[in-house]
Design a protein around this ligand. Structure first.
Ligand SMILES: Cc1cc2nc3c(=O)[nH]c(=O)nc-3n(C[C@H](O)[C@H](O)[C@H](O)COP(=O)(O)OP(=O)(O)OC[C@H]3O[C@@H](n4cnc5c(N)ncnc54)[C@H](O)[C@@H]3O)c2cc1C
Length: 447
């Protein structure tokens, strides 16, 4: 019986295993050095914040694996010998495979900062990081201050986590405004304010110079490169992005770039080896998407795709339109299609912000054809499937505004802002768009 071995028990590896089992009788083994069972990485923050126990982040009961004949093996693979179809573990054990799926995820970036491996210094990615956080930052007596280095989605989550335990936080952000490589100026400024409103000491435009140790080899503070200011702290969180976890593959003969190079079928240069999830890097980006996408749902889609290919139905990975969602402390964020941080030539933008400074929408469209390209929404929930449909239909910006009520996901009793949004657009563009009433028929009709 063909043996499919998957390295990595995250969303991509586990989705691949589940779908291979649905489609076939193949022998399946999943390996992970991190945990016995699959858990939701995106829920780690809620464990520290006390909203759930770690066990609650595991979507499947422990009997699920046996029932579905998916073998689980704990251990770190240190080498792939593709000529022998064999894996070597750190402890010297070996395991043979017929087909191998690399679903090894990411690791937090470290840029060679002095002191980056001291006790009390951690990323926020693995379960072990959470354990370290519990050890070094259980409360504001043991941890009088934490410094977070790197302003992105994970950095702001870590700030919120520490803040929930009343631990003072200094947040070092290299850019001149929060996440402004991704967010346009209005949204980025809104999140700067949200961070400051939560009494987090946000330092923009600064870099870490070094982390200073106490006499026991534990972090006792950091120095800012630009000013040489010393900030005393007990914990340092390194959240300056992530990169594919591929160091153990450097000598393997598997083609690597930043990640594991794959074609549209998620195949590597070695015929029976595939790569999916955060670690996979497309040879050529798909449309405007990035060659590496470290997000949950794309890992799941790649897992489903590779399962089909492995079970004889070779299909291409087609992620569709880009979307993403996150939370910046109390402000929910959704994005559909593309709203670039810096407008591209031939495109126009429309930005509306609520006077309370905690809600906005930002539309992007082609100036001449009026074709809708994308939307950011902050503090207002919108329906994913509606925007996906509008992007497929290549609707105009006027159509989007006219039917904006159909996209609003918030229950009826929440205040809706469509009229204010559209009247601002009309004023700025000299148009006379009228907002149509919400239509359930339109919302649920198929195209
Ligand atoms: C704090 C946090 C919050 C996030 N929030 C969001 C969010 O809101 N929305 C979103 O879309 N995405 C979010 N992400 C990103 C998302 O979690 C990842 O994109 C996704 O989990 C990646 O899944 P994966 O299967 O590719 O890899 P992973 O989940 O990283 O799994 C890979 C597994 O392989 C193991 N492994 C690696 N190498 C080896 C080896 N040599 N031997 C054995 N085992 C190995 C690793 O230890 C790990 O367990 C978040 C990530 C973090 C860290």
């Amino acid at each position: 019986m063909e043996h499919i071995v998957i390295i990595g028990n995250g969303i991509s590896g586990v989705t691949a295993a589940r779908h291979i089992r649905k489609l076939s009788d193949k022998k399946i083994t999943i390996i992970s050095g991190e945990t016995d069972y699959f858990f939701s990485r995106t829920a780690l923050m809620y464990v520290y914040m006390g909203h759930m126990k770690f066990e609650h982040t595991q979507p499947y009961e422990s009997w699920f694996w046996k029932k579905n004949r998916i073998e689980l093996k704990k251990g770190f693979v240190s080498k792939v010998n593709h000529e022998q179809n064999e894996l070597v573990f750190q402890n010297g054990e070996t395991l043979s495979y017929d087909k191998l799926i690399l679903a090894v995820g990411s690791k937090p970036n470290k840029f060679g900062w002095p002191g980056q491996d001291l006790d009390g210094v951690m990323g926020m990615y693995h379960k072990q990081d959470l354990q370290n956080l519990e050890k070094y930052a259980p409360d504001n007596t043991a941890c009088k201050r934490a410094v977070i280095v790197g302003g992105g989605l994970i950095g702001i989550e870590l700030a919120e986590m520490l803040h929930s335990r009343h631990i003072p936080v200094t947040f070092l952000v290299r850019e001149s405004s929060f996440w402004n490589g991704v967010l346009p100026a209005g949204e980025s400024a809104m999140i700067n304010r949200e961070i400051l409103d939560n009494h987090i000491d946000l330092r923009l435009g600064v870099n870490l110079k070094e982390i200073v140790a106490d006499e026991n080899g534990k972090a006792k503070g950091i120095v800012i490169a630009e000013t040489d200011e010393f900030i005393e702290c007990d914990v340092v969180g390194l959240t300056a992005g992530v990169s594919p976890n591929v160091d153990f593959l450097r000598e393997s003969g598997i083609e690597l770039g930043r990640g594991i190079k794959v074609n549209r079928y998620l195949e590597t240069n070695i015929p029976n080896i595939y790569a999916i999830g955060d670690c996979a890097e497309q040879h050529e980006a798909i449309g405007s998407r990035r060659p590496i996408e470290a997000v949950w749902y794309t890992g799941r889609m790649m897992g489903e795709t590779v399962a089909q290919t492995i079970c004889g139905n070779r299909i291409q990975y087609k992620p569709g339109h880009w979307f993403n969602s996150a939370k910046f402390i109390d402000i929910e964020y959704q994005t559909y299609g593309w709203v670039w941080a810096k407008p591209k030539e031939g495109t126009s933008q429309f930005y509306w912000e609520h006077p309370n400074g905690k809600k906005c929408i930002h539309l992007n469209y082609e100036t001449d054809s009026r074709k809708f390209i994308g939307i950011n929404t902050f503090g207002i929930r919108m329906r994913h499937e509606i925007f996906d449909r509008w992007l497929n239909e290549e609707q105009t910006v006027e159509h989007i505004l006219e039917h904006l009520k159909d996209a609003n996901f918030d229950p009826e009793f929440y205040k809706q802002y469509e009229s204010e949004i559209v009247s601002k657009f009309n004023q700025e563009n000299n148009t006379s768009i009228k907002v149509k009433a919400k239509s359930w028929k339109r919302i649920f009709s198929r195209v």
